[in-house]
Ligand binder design. Structure first.
Ligand SMILES: NC(=O)c1ccc[n+]([C@@H]2O[C@H](COP(=O)([O-])OP(=O)(O)OC[C@H]3O[C@@H](n4cnc5c(N)ncnc54)[C@H](O)[C@@H]3O)[C@@H](O)[C@H]2O)c1
Length: 218
């Protein structure tokens, strides 16, 4: 089988993708980060030579030594970079959330359809053993017909410092809650009845703490 040549763009969480691609036997054809320090750090950490390091993703679009691109930059740029790589004929693995608006997600789906390339969104929970088990229990009929599904996602946003994460468009239900929503849809399919989402923001650090029966705060 041909060895897949992968470019990884955005080198913070994106470093996990370098490890994942290497672990699957893919070649890291290029890495890219607009922050030179992040680029240098990842390059040295994974032994990626200088000629495969880039600060501008546009330099990668028309290289024929790249089959697929991993987009691990802030959510606000997912549409721009995913569409650019798809239009250049590269397969795309885009980090979650796919995008922050319906218009952007539809543009990405259109670009994928028109390109004939594969696009996947990094909903990593689907590859977690406990959730894989739940999926198997649903599919092999052990749980019978599902009539109600509920999921919770908790994240301490008080510690978030990146400006792009504080964007009001990146509502908690979209930013992190997309894991919970995606799992519900993956396990349960398209709901026949209603869907209800609830987003609860803590008023102050520690506001979500509860006292355990033992007396300890959790
Ligand atoms: N699947 C998951 O569970 C999971 C976990 C963490 C983050 N993420 C997603 O991964 C993405 C990145 O998150 P992060 O935590 O690494 O963010 P981050 O802000 O820590 O890092 C983003 C990196 O992208 C670089 N960058 C920004 N714009 C760029 C551009 N145009 N070209 C090249 N590099 C650029 C930045 O310099 C930075 O190094 C986000 O979409 C986030 O939602 C997913």
């Amino acid at each position: 089988m041909k060895q897949l040549k992968v470019a990884v763009i955005g080198l913070q969480f994106g470093m996990a993708h370098i490890e994942g691609a290497m672990g699957c036997g893919a070649e890291i054809a290029a890495i890219c980060d607009s922050n030179e320090e992040h680029l240098r750090f990842a390059g040295e950490r994974y032994g990626i030579p200088a000629e495969k390091r880039f600060t501008d993703y546009r330099e990668l679009l028309h290289r024929d030594d790249i089959d697929a691109a991993v987009i691990a930059v802030p959510d606000q740029q997912h549409r721009e970079l995913s569409c650019a790589f798809l239009k250049a004929g590269k397969h795309v693995l885009c980090e979650k959330p796919m995008a922050l608006t319906r218009e952007d997600t539809e543009a990405m789906i259109r670009a994928a359809d028109e390109s004939g390339c594969q696009m996947m969104v990094g909903q990593i929970c689907r590859f977690t053993p406990a959730f894989e088990k739940a999926k198997a229990l649903v599919e092999n009929g052990t749980l019978g017909d599902l009539y109600f599904l509920e999921s919770e996602y908790a994240h301490d946003y008080m510690k978030i410092v990146d400006n792009w994460r504080a964007d009001p468009l990146r509502h908690g239900v979209i930013g992190g809650g997309c894991h919970a929503v995606d799992l519900l849809r993956w396990l349960g399919g398209r709901p026949a009845g209603g869907v209800r989402l609830r987003h609860q923001a803590a008023a102050a650090p520690g506001a979500l703490r509860r006292r355990h029966r033992s007396g300890a705060e959790v």
